[in-house]
Design a protein around this ligand. Structure first.
Ligand SMILES: [Zn+2]
Length: 169
């Protein structure tokens, strides 16, 4: 990778969220902070200690405010704001089922549940440009996380590009 990959106009003008693909990195506002579907609140108000929120619960009882779209290509960390204006969740995204479960349980009204279609080439390109721009502008380096990843999951895009930037700096 060359320096040119980082200061080309496409990276410098990258937007996040992309109007179609969604957020590639945070901070992602939670427009329904603390919201849970009725099925959950009903179960917890009764004798149930732990209720597994299902996607159908959220579909049946959608949150009041607009949920946002996470790009399927993203930095690999939950960049959802949990303590606005700055502090984000910071848990690392694992496999798709546990990712969906974490979103349903911890950020129930924040994100549109991702569909099962594969990510598109446009999703990937817009995400890579947005993440590069975020690293260049020190957004990643200054990010504040409750669960505090130091650099995201192994082999993450952020780790890769941070290393690259250190080498070319
Ligand atoms: Zn989270």
């Amino acid at each position: 990778m060359l320096t040119a990959d980082f200061d080309n106009i496409t990276v410098l003008t990258a937007v996040n969220p992309d109007v179609f693909a969604g957020y590639a990195h945070g901070p992602i506002p939670d427009n329904n902070l603390g919201w849970k579907p009725i099925a959950f609140t009903t179960a917890i108000a009764g004798s149930t200690r732990k209720y597994d929120i299902k996607a159908a619960n959220i579909v049946a009882n959608p949150p009041p405010n607009q949920a946002l779209v996470l790009n399927k290509e993203n930095i690999g960390v939950y960049d959802i704001l949990v303590n606005p204006p700055r502090q984000m969740c910071g848990m690392v995204l694992l496999d798709r089922p546990s990712m969906r479960r974490h979103i349903r349980h911890e950020h129930s009204g924040a994100l549109v549940m991702p569909d099962c279609r594969a990510k598109r080439r446009e999703d990937i390109i817009s995400a890579h440009n947005a993440i590069k721009r975020w690293i260049l502008q020190l957004g990643w380096q200054n990010a504040s996380y409750v669960h505090g990843p130091s650099r995201g999951p192994d082999n993450s895009l952020v780790g890769f590009w941070c290393d690259t930037l250190e080498r070319i700096a």
